[in-house]
Design a binder for this molecule. Structure first.
Ligand code: ATP
Ligand code: MG
Length: 389
């Protein structure tokens, strides 16, 4: 069939990733895997930003793979009717544009990629089968923190809108006193070169620090939770690998069948003596099997099956409440007894943990599934309305 009759899937990127296409450095986004997927599926693919779209003309200035890998052309084309959103749009204006595209009947999957942790927690709390897998969580007011301190000896305090482990603190009781472990904001210094000129290079001097107190919350903590919404959460006693807590990144996606499936699971262990498993915070990636081999009391197949069951339950439940969801990266911890606990849900999963863990097949698959889902939607829409492009 002529090229124009093949499904065209648009991939909506943020500005930085899109600008990187021509330089061949698209940060964590391995666009060539989308292109492999499109080639395997027999569909076309193109990349653009929200600002490249002209709603009036119903066109978009898109970057389209052209011939050998790494070659692209830029063209004005009709806006693809099916769009995989891989950008985070925080401004009202961007949200309104996405809304207008939706009302014009463009199908944008993962239309919203950022929900607050509090919002997701509340949604998940509505499902009785999910509740046992949720750490007790409250909005962090001084009263709520004090009440949680009476119930638990270790708590996590985290920004409701944070990501990659930034701003997360641990509050724990030891020797009759409470200790707040946090990462200092750090200083940025302008260095001088050997010749005494100012260098533009700046260094970060962030480090972990601890404030101890008996019962009155530190003023710095009170100030922080006044400025920004934080959550206070029961600390999950995570299973450990070499005494380092670990959790799992579980990719749950819709594929060409249109139903949810677990595409891959990879583990992340915190650095020694720390509690954040995020790779951006020094965490290390391992396969689930490797991590479980260090925990002989846990049954690998059973743990995997339980984690998958919870991931699918969560995806299915969120799908009933959030628009056009198709691709999730869940952080799921397992307790020392092997019980899966929900930690966090990402609607724009940074998929590079699979690469770091050497899980090549899963890494390619997390790019393939969303494109195969998009193709299915494209074909379905063509059958029902004959309007796809
Ligand atoms: N309740 C908890 N108990 C134990 N560890 C936790 C808890 N909450 C968070 N952590 C640790 O902190 C890490 C980061 O927390 P979380 O995933 O909630 O935030 P984030 O990574 O900053 O957000 P995002 O996943 O959106 O990037 C987790 O991967 C886990 O290692
Ligand atoms: Mg996380």
């Amino acid at each position: 069939m002529p090229a124009e009759e093949h499904p065209m899937i648009g991939v909506l990127l943020n500005g930085r990733t899109l600008r990187g296409i021509r330089r061949g450095s698209t940060q964590h986004e391995a666009l060539q895997l989308y292109e492999h997927a499109a080639a395997r599926l027999g569909c076309r693919i193109c990349y653009f930003r929200l600002r490249d779209i002209s709603l009036r003309r119903r066109q978009v200035k898109a970057i389209i793979p052209d011939g050998p890998v790494g070659r692209y052309v830029t063209r004005m084309i009709p806006i693809p009717s099916v769009i995989h959103n891989r950008a985070i749009h925080l401004t009202r204006r961007a949200q309104a544009r996405l809304g207008r595209l939706h009302h014009l009947r463009y199908y944008i999957y993962n239309r919203h990629t950022r929900y607050s942790k509090w919002f997701i927690h509340q949604l998940l709390s509505k499902h009785p089968d999910i509740v046992p897998h949720l750490p007790e969580t409250r909005q962090a007011t001084p009263t709520a923190i004090h009440q949680m301190m009476e119930r638990y000896d270790t708590l996590i305090i985290k920004p409701s809108n944070g990501s990659i482990g930034r701003g997360i603190m641990k509050l724990f009781k030891d020797g009759g006193r409470w200790h707040l472990q946090y990462r200092t904001a750090g200083m940025e210094r302008t260095l001088r070169t050997r010749r005494g000129k100012r260098s533009k290079r700046r260094i970060r001097t962030r480090r972990w620090a601890v404030i101890s107190f008996r019962s009155k919350l530190p003023a710095a903590l009170k100030r922080l939770i006044r400025q920004r919404r934080f959550l206070v959460q029961q600390h999950i006693p995570l299973a450990c690998y070499m005494e380092r807590p670990f959790d799992l990144r579980v990719s749950v996606q819709k594929g060409d069948s249109g139903s949810w499936q677990v595409t891959g699971i990879v583990g992340k262990a915190a650095p020694a003596k720390l509690f954040l498993t995020n790779v951006a915070q020094g965490g290390t990636v391992y396969t689930l099997e490797h991590l479980l081999a260090a925990n002989p009391s846990l049954h690998p197949e059973r743990v995997r099956a339980e984690v998958e069951r919870l991931a699918l339950l969560i995806a299915d439940h969120l799908d009933r409440h959030l628009p056009n969801l198709a691709d999730l990266g869940l952080d799921i911890g397992i307790t020392q007894l092997g019980f899966p606990m929900f930690i966090e849900c990402n609607c724009r999963d940074l998929r590079y943990s699979f690469l770091e863990g050497g899980l090549w097949e899963e890494w390619a698959a997390v790019y393939y599934q969303p494109i195969s889902y998009g193709q299915r939607i494209w074909l379905d829409r063509q059958v029902t309305s004959g309007t796809a492009n």
